[in-house]
Design a protein around this ligand. Structure first.
Ligand SMILES: C[S@@+](CC[C@H](N)C(=O)[O-])C[C@H]1O[C@@H](n2cnc3c(N)ncnc32)[C@H](O)[C@@H]1O
Length: 252
């Protein structure tokens, strides 16, 4: 199943950290998207945080300390230690729950001031009623998501309809409409970015495609994609990939 393939690729902590650095290095937008996202929330009013599809705690790495509690939910056990080691630095109480979302979340209503979902809501958009239940009346739901056109450059050569289908579950383009069915107030902030690789950076492009491999393998063999993209990089001298993301803030 597509979802399982994608999920499998999110458990390798060391590789993800390397990719994080690589993405930063090749980004045209040098501002960290987490800094943009944090400015949209009044963190002085946040005490209890829930992170859905938390991974190894990438978002928490950019958070200040002093929170009362942080709970991370992810379907992969492999993310538990990474997440907890980051969460412990910034909150008095931290917990990790392995749950395959969407599913009922075993916690009381109105528990969190901030619920985060970074690059994950397209895997489980049906979790929204649970988010609404768990958010305090004054709470904020913060989402970072990809644009449906993120595979655009690759689509010149390949048909990525399976990836597109996952992203279309909740994308920069349709996210506001989906959120408005559950939340009163919704705002959207664009984060415009491209990843740029020049001829000498073939190795980095190969690693980036490796990072996306589980995502694309249902559509095309990642080996074929890699060979084609590296050939194009050699021919054109430079390749640019759309990495426009959007940050949504939703309130009850
Ligand atoms: C692209 S990663 C993002 C991780 C983290 N939020 C970040 O921004 O680095 C997506 C995360 O969602 C998790 N995930 C995917 N499908 C899930 C599901 N159905 N239920 C719970 N977690 C899921 C994956 O294991 C992975 O950690």
């Amino acid at each position: 199943m597509m979802q399982e393939l994608v999920i499998k690729s999110y458990g390798d902590l060391g590789f993800h950290k390397t990719i994080g650095e690589l993405i930063k290095e090749h980004s045209e937008n040098k501002e960290d998207i987490r800094e943009v996202a944090k400015r949209l929330v009044d963190l002085t009013r946040v005490h209890d945080i829930l992170d859905l599809g938390c991974g190894y705690g990438w978002f928490e790495e950019a958070m200040p300390s002093g929170f009362r509690s942080i709970v991370g939910i992810d379907c992969l056990d492999a993310n538990e230690q990474g997440f907890l080691s980051v969460a412990r630095k910034i909150a008095t109480h931290s917990a990790f729950k392995r749950v395959l979302l969407p599913a009922p979340i075993d916690m009381e209503a109105d528990t969190f001031d901030l619920i985060i979902s970074a690059y994950s809501l397209y895997f489980f958009p049906d979790v929204l009623p649970e988010v609404h239940r768990l958010l305090r009346p004054t709470g904020v739901f913060l989402i970072i998501t990809h644009s449906a056109s993120m595979m655009e450059e690759g689509e010149e050569f390949f048909d990525f309809s399976n990836v597109r289908q996952v992203i279309n579950n909740f994308s920069a383009e349709n996210g506001e409409h989906i959120l408005r069915q559950h939340f009163e107030l919704v705002t959207a902030t664009d984060y415009i970015n491209s990843l740029v690789f020049v001829k000498e950076e073939k190795g980095d492009l190969a690693k980036y495609i490796d990072f996306k491999r589980e995502f694309i393998s249902k559509d095309v063999s990642p080996v074929v994609v890699k060979a084609k993209m590296i050939h194009e990089l050699e021919t054109r001298g430079m390749m640019k990939f759309n990495k426009n993301d959007r940050i949504f803030v939703a309130r009850k």
